[in-house]
Design a protein around this ligand. Structure first.
Ligand code: MF3
Ligand code: CO
Ligand code: CO
Length: 277
């Protein structure tokens, strides 16, 4: 049975209970989320053929330093970078390296800043040079699936309503939803309860209540949904090597719907939609 607990009095570890946060906490999450969003905004102009993902990672680290924020991924379970950079058939947790991006690549950049103890977790897709038509379409479908998930994130609905909204749309577009990774509670912890599956049936899962804070981060493949993790222990790729995309926002459930903490102040939530073509 699921239990909900006031975030004020809950211990700062994942106890399996669902933390309910208050208005002050929402303000702190907004600040952390906006810092992450501004960093992702600033990256848009820096991504072009020849850019290395290590340069992206260095930028993220420096941006954090300038704003008194620490990248949550740094030294997280042995991960040593400030961001995840997932290119083409890499589903998630791609490790930044010195290999330059090429014309036509698509890349997800996932950043989580910890600001005053609060985690702002968000990722977006960027296109490098001139994207292929199939890549543009995949990115569009993935972004729309996140918006549909967010639309379902309101009191009275369940986590299953979010998953169902995403899955039904993605599959109607003849794409597939990755099952091996999910959204998660976020806030004072990086990864907390509940799990937010990006597939499922309406009414399943747990009831959404005002004060809940979590991410929605669908990974969508052009081919089959199956993934494997490479021998580095992190990089997840599509088994059929088909193209894959992901977008992520951190949201908080309000009385009437949800607040998106990581919304882009520059209107660049889907940077690929603004890229020259
Ligand atoms: N930011 C990722 C997420 O959305 C988690 C990355 S963990 C890492 O939950 F260790 F791979 F960086
Ligand atoms: Co996340
Ligand atoms: Co993330």
């Amino acid at each position: 049975m699921v239990t909900y607990i006031d975030a004020e009095t809950a211990p700062l570890k994942n106890t399996g209970q669902i933390r309910l946060y208050g208005p002050k906490d929402f303000e702190a999450m907004h600040r952390a989320g906006q810092l992450t969003a501004r960093c992702l905004d600033a990256l848009a102009a820096r991504i072009r053929p020849g850019t290395t993902t290590q340069e992206i990672d260095d930028f993220v680290f420096a941006f954090g330093e300038e704003h008194n924020a620490i990248p949550a991924t740094l030294n997280y379970r042995g991960y040593t970078k400030s961001s995840c950079t997932s290119i083409n058939h890499v589903v998630c947790h791609g490790i930044p390296n010195e290999k330059p991006l090429k014309d036509g690549d698509i890349v997800n950049i996932d950043v989580t800043f910890i600001l005053d103890g609060w985690h702002g977790d968000s990722s977006r897709m960027y296109t490098v040079g001139r994207p292929k038509r199939a890549a543009e379409r995949l990115i569009e479908v993935t972004y729309e699936s996140l918006l549909r998930g967010i639309e379902a994130a309101r009191p009275g609905n369940t986590t299953g309503d979010i998953g169902a909204a995403i899955q039904s749309y993605v599959e109607a577009e003849r794409c597939s939803v990755v099952r091996d990774f999910c959204g998660h509670g976020v806030g004072r912890l990086f990864h907390d309860m509940p799990n937010i599956l990006h597939y499922g049936r309406p009414g399943e899962g747990i009831e959404l209540r005002p004060g809940m804070i979590f991410t929605i981060e669908p990974m969508v493949n052009l081919g089959r949904p199956h993934v494997k993790v490479l021998s580095d222990g992190w990089t997840a790729v599509t088994r059929d090597r088909s193209l894959t995309a992901q977008f992520e926002h951190s949201v908080g459930i309000t009385e009437t719907g949800c607040e998106i903490f990581t919304l882009s102040p520059a209107g660049l939530d889907n940077p690929a939609a603004h890229a020259p073509s």
